[in-house]
Design a protein around this ligand. Structure first.
Ligand SMILES: Cc1ccc(Nc2c(-c3ccc(O)cc3)nc3c(C)cccn23)cc1
Length: 109
């Protein structure tokens, strides 16, 4: 892998969060939200910049990030979108919050 060291670290964190062992938390965030499958056609009018862990991983593999900060920003977008659409008390938002804690802990290693 030809990623610079800081992006390699970011890649390893994202891959870790996507692992099956965290599936109780990561399932809603592994791939782009599918508003048709979820029957939420208003999603695109509420969330202007959709983002998910799979897209972040793909962007890392296609060198679309210049630095790790941009990866962190995309991860925060996943959480922000979820909070905006689902609201603070939705189960999926609670999952996003717990995933965010995992991310922060892994990021601080
Ligand atoms: C009627 C309704 C209400 C809420 C939801 N939210 C939701 C989301 C979601 C994730 C991120 C995001 O930015 C927006 C939505 N993912 C899910 C999943 C995987 C199962 C069930 C609900 N889910 C779905 C349908």
């Amino acid at each position: 892998k030809k990623l610079p060291l800081e992006l390699q670290f970011a890649y390893d964190v994202v891959v870790e969060l996507m692992e099956p062992k965290h599936h109780a938390l990561n399932i809603p965030f592994l791939e782009p939200v599918d508003p048709v499958a979820l029957q939420i056609p208003n999603y695109w009018s509420v969330v202007k910049n959709p983002m998910d862990l799979g897209t972040i991983k793909s962007k890392l593999m296609t060198n679309e990030y210049q630095n790790a900060k941009q990866v962190q920003t995309d991860f925060q977008l996943v959480v922000k979108n979820c909070l905006k659409f689902n609201g603070p008390d939705h189960v999926v938002t609670l999952q996003a919050m717990q995933l965010e804690k995992l991310f922060k802990d892994a990021w601080a290693k």
